[in-house]
Write a protein that binds this ligand. Structure first.
Ligand code: UDP
Ligand code: MG
Length: 322
């Protein structure tokens, strides 16, 4: 369990949570736009920036901003922990009654908050932003994501909404439940779906990144997808055993054929091609099944080591200019 850091304080009405990894180019504009939304709310708010081990001057800019903005909280992680853990660290530090999670690059427009708040006023505990279009992303990425979300929906034990990232508004009780989950391979959108309560979609068009490069190159995206599947479902293990069963059955047929050839046809030396096919096929099926088992085993190993899932180096609270 990750205990909330601010549990004894009376929190603001809403927290904006933005994980940032090398977002120096977008930081100032993003802060301006988020702050603008906060000021127009006529409610109390805080802006929580998580610096996920940036190697550029993201942290420096955050600290500079915090010297003039009392609503800002800068959470500095000890190194790059990855998006999902940066989000978890941020959730731990948010004190708001409602928490809006959004990407730092302005692909998720903060200006949509009032409409999302309205849906929450009508009784929702989670308002998740579902992408109607995502023209800001490359076509190949859009295709890969579309396939992944559909596969995940088939495999997952709880319904995970399609085409939905981490852009969502959550109530305090949902945030507290997510913080109670101790897993180290965190797929936040799956975990939030698992919590339940009333979750409603909010459709939006995903914009282009304001500046800078995506922090999710192919292999990071693949790792997130594997975490998503492994943390939401054990069906791949079932699939592995079905594959084992199917190939054992095929093997029986092949053994029968080999015996028949030996005893009744008497022509056994031939058959190099079929032998090679069987050996390579069985080899690859075994490795495939072993790979699936390995994915789960590695995660169990990391979980039982019981290390802290992230380390916060420092928390800097904003000050007002005097
Ligand atoms: N991010 C992070 N740590 C990482 C990678 C990404 O905190 O190791 C943040 C990043 O700064 C951004 C969000 O996660 O605010 C989403 O990343 P990005 O926009 O690059 O992903 P994309 O929208 O391209 O999928
Ligand atoms: Mg982005």
């Amino acid at each position: 369990m990750i205990p909330p850091i601010n549990q004894n304080l009376v929190g603001p009405y809403v927290s904006f949570l933005l994980p940032c990894f090398n977002e120096s180019e977008v930081l100032i504009e993003m802060h301006r736009r988020v702050k603008d939304v906060g000021e127009k709310l006529a409610k109390t708010y805080e802006i929580v920036f998580v610096n996920d081990g940036s190697t550029d001057d993201t942290l420096l800019k955050m600290i500079e901003l915090s010297e003039k903005d009392p609503m800002l909280v800068v959470v500095d992680l000890s190194r790059n922990h990855g998006h999902q853990l940066a989000l978890s660290a941020g959730l731990q530090c948010c004190a708001g009654e409602r928490v809006l999670v959004l990407d730092a690059d302005l692909q998720d427009p903060p200006e949509l908050l009032p409409q999302m708040l309205e849906l929450m006023d009508q009784g929702a505990d989670v308002v998740f932003a579902q992408r109607r279009t995502r023209l800001g992303d490359a076509p190949l990425k859009r295709f890969a994501c579309a396939v992944f979300y559909r596969l995940l929906q088939k495999l997952s034990d709880t319904a995970i909404p399609l085409d939905t990232g981490d852009f969502r508004l959550m109530s305090r009780r949902v945030v507290d439940q997510v913080l109670r989950m101790p897993e180290r391979h965190r797929f936040i959108r799956g975990m939030v779906s698992w919590v339940g309560y009333r979750q409603v979609p909010f459709f939006y068009d995903r914009e282009k990144r304001f500046a800078g490069e995506t922090k999710y190159p192919f292999f990071r995206l693949l790792a997130l997808a594997l975490d998503g599947i492994a943390s939401s479902s054990t069906k791949p293990l079932m699939l592995a055993s079905y594959a084992g069963g199917l190939f054992a059955f095929l093997c029986l047929g092949f053994i029968g054929y080999a015996m028949y050839s030996l005893f009744f046809v008497g022509q056994t030396p031939q058959g190099w091609t079929s032998l090679m096919i069987v050996v390579t096929l069985m080899g690859s099926v075994q490795l495939f099944v072993l790979g699936i088992v390995g994915q789960y085993l590695g995660r169990i190993h990391e979980q039982v080591r019981g290390r802290p899932i992230f380390i916060i180096r420092d928390i800097v609270r904003g000050r007002s200019v005097s």
